[in-house]
Design a protein around this ligand. Structure first.
Ligand code: ZN
Length: 104
C-alpha cells in the first residue's frame, strides 16, 4: 500500500500521487526527522508512548511526539506499531530517562 510522504495518508494500490499534496506516493513511510534541539527518550506503541509522555510531563518536562499519532493508528492496529517516539529538549533528556526507568 502506498503512502503520501507529507500527509502520511494511505492510498489503495494503483494510486501514484497524493490528491491533497500532489506528491508522488512512496511504498514505505519515511521517519519524521527529529526537531532541532529535541532528543528521543522513548519509542514504542502509541499506548506506551502516551504513558511515557504523561509520566514525563507530570514531572514538568515538556514532550513532543513528532510521529503523526492518528495517521499511525489509522494504518496499524494499536499495540503493534512501535514507531511512536517521545522527544524532550536535549537538556532534559537525562531527567526524562530517569523518570521512565523509575516507572518500570
Ligand atoms: Zn498527501
Amino acid at each position: 500500500m502506498p503512502f503520501c510522504p507529507r500527509c502520511r495518508s494511505e492510498y489503495r494500490d494503483g494510486f501514484t500521487r497524493c490528491a491533497d499534496c500532489a506528491l508522488d506516493l512512496v511504498p514505505v513511510l519515511p521517519e519524521v526527522p527529529l526537531a532541532a534541539g529535541w532528543v528521543e527518550v522513548f519509542r514504542g506503541t502509541a499506548v506506551q508512548a502516551d504513558v511515557a509522555a504523561a509520566a514525563i510531563e507530570a514531572a514538568g518536562i515538556e514532550t513532543l511526539t513528532p510521529d503523526d499519532y492518528a495517521a499511525t493508528l489509522g494504518w496499524m492496529a494499536p499495540g503493534t506499531s512501535h514507531s511512536i517516539r517521545v522527544l524532550v529538549r536535549t537538556g532534559e533528556a537525562a531527567r526524562a530517562k530517569e523518570i521512565l526507568s523509575d516507572d518500570r
